[in-house]
Design a protein around this ligand. Structure first.
Ligand code: ADP
Ligand code: MG
Ligand code: MG
Length: 873
């Protein structure tokens, strides 16, 4: 069986389609080799081995050892060097890389193959002793840390001490003798921690390092990252073993990272950082301050030109913005990694529209690949309003690492961030810098502020990925963890104080600043027009007020899929009439109270229909249990009794009578309309009168009346008749008619089971997937929080079923009901109006079932439009 795939010398056994097996890094190294980019040769151990390794307690599958040895020979051939040679050794890096990139999750070991002998050989061969020992000390540190689990701090301390002894600020100021000394001291650290000498056999080093990478897949921090990012279904990580190239050989060497376009705003320019005479992760480690990539042009103009060429070639090839890692060894450029770059929503839209204009990609390609639903979501997020920020309140400038405004209370640790978040407190996580251990706290925080690190620091990368506001490298502030505060001059901010950050401008502001709604760029409108050209499923909105309806229309909603009417009964005057209605003794009394409510309802519908003029509006008739409208506090009960002119005792009694043990399964939905048809009558009257009024003004409206919580066709027929009866009356009174539809929400599992019978009577269906999920699982939506978290952690559920539609169970009901309905009425209009209508994965599912529309909250409308277009491609 093939476990190992080689690359290098213009060829490769793998390619970019093999991410599952080779990981993102390995697949792209292979791909880049094959298109003849300057890639140091190497080989990739497939992720299948990781699975085997972790299943069989660290065993290698039979035959792997031989394949690794063969592949080492392959690299030796291409490099004309031999692994383990004492006078001129081939050195390699051992790098992890799973199918989905997990920044900083698994560590790399560089310069593997060195030992006490070959370090001298390397020194002689390159005529650069300093370089050889620099490689060796790095290797001992990385190997000790990554492979043997020695705390990196221990090496750091020894290094710091040595630097202090020699008055050196930077690592680069250490001379040959010092580095030799450092190697000795590092070996002592190694021995003290492991009780063993530093391994001298390169093959043993390689074996142990490969093991460590496979083992790191099941480390706690890797698991946490996967959990938070809901990464499931991967075999494991692949391991890449690759010939070393050296950015630390001298002043004509460098290492760096860069994006082919600006990941914050999308501008077409190289964007990144580099360090001269450095290796590996020095750039992101924050030891030396990296320099802007533009300065490379002046320093090493030829390498810079080459880099530009390579990035063009990469973009052409991948048809996407790339995030690359490179090293320059004595004037020669090598690419060590490429991947599609993470970017902000603003950048995604600019890059997509620019790349189409440049002819790099088709519109379809751009819609499918260059903008993700969450990018649009991010754009809709609020910003700090400019006018409220005076210069005095700005307490720090940092890098605009991830846009958006965040306002919260300062916390200095991830644990605290998670605690406060659980209590519902918004927090800003303030750290000198973040590491993978902080991801839990970063996820809990509204925003992240660091005082150290660049645009590619851990905090910046993770925050951008999540669309979370972040200001990084804000060195105006000095953080003191001990005292739980940070300072800028005389300004002191303590734990619990409010601050606001603007991740688009990189500023930190004292206090709790107001935020304002975002505005949309031309790129957004252009891109969304392509989305709508492709999309063939309708997107509606759930809106109960004219304001929401107007907002949703701006966002592109093509009608209302769910207008709840219960919210309309909570106004000052209305609630009185509502309560009077609920507490009525007779149908007569009830009708009188409803008469009082009618004008309010009519007014509401006139406004909503007006806002949605020309588009369909689905109004759901009264749904919640009635006691939700009654007071339960004693003073309120007394006041109500006075108002209704009945004894407090009597009122209390009545309220008690209305209490239900299980209101969600109680007297609600169409059950109300059936026991009190007056309610359905009044609502129908209000809806149709409003529609006719607008029609008489020459405005087109399309009312759709939706009967909630139907479980049997008889329920539906009953309510349908009440509605039709009132309609005739209203048309007669008004001397005018209007087209209306009567349909139902499918939200009781029984309704899905008898959907064909109900469909015979109904003119449309809308899946109320919130209740349908609640009733199918038997989970109370309001109480599920108590156990859902454990379910998700234990892997009993993969997602919260109230957020992502449970395709297997609830989805089956939706599918079955749709098929049954269409079997009796081929053109029955079917949609979905639960929370799931705004979830991209669920939208795709609905599309594949052939639903006519999804309906979601106004802010999700652009997301649903894009998801619907992508589902079609
Ligand atoms: P990560 O997944 O954390 O980015 P990488 O495997 O990409 O880890 O390695 C980190 C850094 O190590 C790279 O950016 C590169 O600078 C350096 N590196 C890795 N392999 C080599 C190599 N063969 N030669 C030189 N530098 C390397
Ligand atoms: Mg790393
Ligand atoms: Mg990398």
């Amino acid at each position: 069986k093939k476990y190992v795939y080689t690359f290098g010398g213009g060829k490769a056994e793998g390619d970019k389609s093999m991410k599952n097996l080779l990981g993102g890094k390995g697949a792209n190294l292979a791909e880049m080799s094959a298109i003849d980019l300057p890639i140091p040769p190497g080989f990739t151990l497939s992720a299948e081995i990781c699975d085997y390794y972790n299943t069989y307690n660290g065993e290698w599958p039979v035959g792997l050892e031989e394949q690794v040895q063969e592949s080492v020979r392959h690299v030796e051939g291409l490099m004309d060097l031999s692994f383990g040679d004492a006078s001129d050794p081939l050195l390699v890096s051992v790098r992890s890389g799973a199918a989905i990139s997990m920044p900083g999750m698994m560590d790399t070991v560089l310069n593997l193959g060195l030992n006490d002998q070959s370090v001298q050989g390397l020194a002689q061969k390159t005529n650069n002793e300093r370089f050889a020992y620099d490689c060796y000390r790095r290797f001992i540190d990385m190997f000790g840390n990554v492979v043997m689990g020695i705390n990196h701090e221990e090496f750091e301390e020894v290094l710091q001490k040595l630097k202090d002894e020699h008055g050196a600020d930077l690592d680069t100021e250490l001379g040959v003798e010092e580095l030799k000394e450092l190697v000795d001291r590092y070996q002592t650290v190694y021995r003290e921690n492991t009780g063993d000498h530093f391994p001298q056999d390169p093959n043993k080093q390689l074996h142990l390092a490969i093991d460590a990478v496979f083992g790191s897949w099941s480390s706690k921090r890797a698991q946490t990252y996967r959990k938070i990012n809901r990464i499931t279904g991967l075999l494991g990580t692949a391991v890449n073993v690759q010939a070393m190239v050296y950015g630390n050989m001298g002043q004509d060497c460098a290492t760096g990272v860069c994006f082919t376009r600006n990941p914050a705003d999308g501008t077409k320019e190289l964007y990144g950082e580099f360090l001269v005479n450095a290796q590996g992760e020095d750039v992101v480690a924050g030891i030396r301050t990296p320099r802007n990539i533009n300065e490379l042009q002046a320093d090493m103009s030829q390498s810079y030109e080459e880099l530009l060429e390579v990035t063009e070639k990469l973009e052409q090839h991948y048809q996407d913005m790339q995030d690359i890692e490179f090293t320059i060894q004595q004037g020669t450029l090598y690419i060590l990694q490429t991947r599609n770059g993470k970017r902000t929503g603003t950048a995604a839209l600019k890059i997509a529209t620019d790349m189409v204009e440049e002819g790099l990609i088709s519109r379809k390609g751009a819609v499918l690949n260059l903008v993700e639903p969450r990018h649009l979501d991010q754009l809709l997020h609020p910003q700090l309003s400019q006018s409220d920020i005076d210069n005095d309140s700005i307490i720090g400038h940092g890098l605009p690492a991830s846009p958006g405004a965040a306002v919260g209370k300062v916390v200095f640790s991830s644990e605290k961030a998670e605690q406060e978040h659980k209590k519902g407190e918004p927090v800003i996580l303030v750290r000198i810098e973040t590491s993978p251990e902080d991801v839990g706290g970063m996820s809990a925080a509204e925003g992240i502020l660091t005082s150290r690190g660049g645009m590619t620091s851990h905090a910046a990368v993770v925050a951008r990925g999540w669309g979370k506001p972040c200001v990084a490298g804000c060195d105006d502030i000095v953080i003191n963890y001990q005292k739980q505060l940070f300072k800028n001059g005389s300004t002191v901010i303590r734990e619990g104080d409010w601050i606001s950050i603007d991740g688009a401008r990189g500023i930190v502001i004292k206090g709790r600043k107001p935020v304002e709604e975002p505005s949309f760029s031309d790129n957004y409108h252009t891109f969304m027009s392509w989305v709508d050209d492709i999309r063939d499923m309708e997107v509606r909105t759930n809106a109960d007020t004219p304001e929401d309806a107007t907002k949703a229309r701006e966002f592109g909603a093509e009608g209302i899929g769910l207008a709840r009417t219960e919210h309309m009964f909570f106004g000052e005057e209305r609630i009185k009439e509502m309560r009077r209605m609920i507490l009525s003794e007779s149908s007569e009394e009830r009708k009188k109270a409803l008469q009082g409510l009618l004008p309010y309802q009519r007014e509401d519908f006139i406004e909503i229909f007006g806002a949605m003029e020309g588009l369909p509006v689905t109004v759901r008739l009264l749904d919640p249990p009635l006691h939700e409208f009654l007071p339960d506090e004693e003073p309120e009960i007394k006041a109500l009794a006075r108002e209704l002119d009945i004894a407090v005792q009597e009122l209390r009694q009545k309220i008690r009578m209305l209490r239900e043990f299980n209101p969600m399964l109680g007297h609600r939905g169409c059950r109300l309309g059936i026991t009190y048809p007056e309610i359905t009558e009044m609502q129908t009257r209000a809806i149709l009168q409003a529609a006719i009024k607008l029609k008489k003004e020459g405005r087109h409206v399309e009312p759709e009346l939706m009967i909630p919580l139907v479980g049997t066709s008889e329920e539906f027929i009953h309510q349908h008749e009440v509605i039709d009866h009132v309609a005739l009356q209203v048309f007669e009174e008004e001397q005018e008619t209007v087209d209306y539809k009567v349909g139902t929400m499918i939200e009781v599992p029984r309704a899905a089971l008898v959907a064909d019978k109900i469909a015979e009577e109904a003119e449309f269906f809308s899946f109320g997937t919130n209740d349908l999920t609640q009733m199918t699982f038997g989970y109370s939506r309001d109480d599920a929080g108590k156990f859902l978290e454990s379910y998700l952690q234990e892997g009993i559920l993969e997602n919260d079923p109230f957020q992502v539609l449970d395709e297997e169970g609830v989805g089956s009901l939706v599918r079955m009901a749709t098929e049954k309905a269409h079997s009796v009425k081929r053109n029955l209009k079917v949609g979905i109006c639960g929370e799931h209508g705004g979830d991209p994965v669920s939208v795709r599912f609905c599309y594949n079932l052939g639903l006519n529309y999804v309906s979601c909250s106004p802010y999700r409308v652009p997301v649903a439009r894009l998801a619907a277009a992508q589902a079609r491609l």
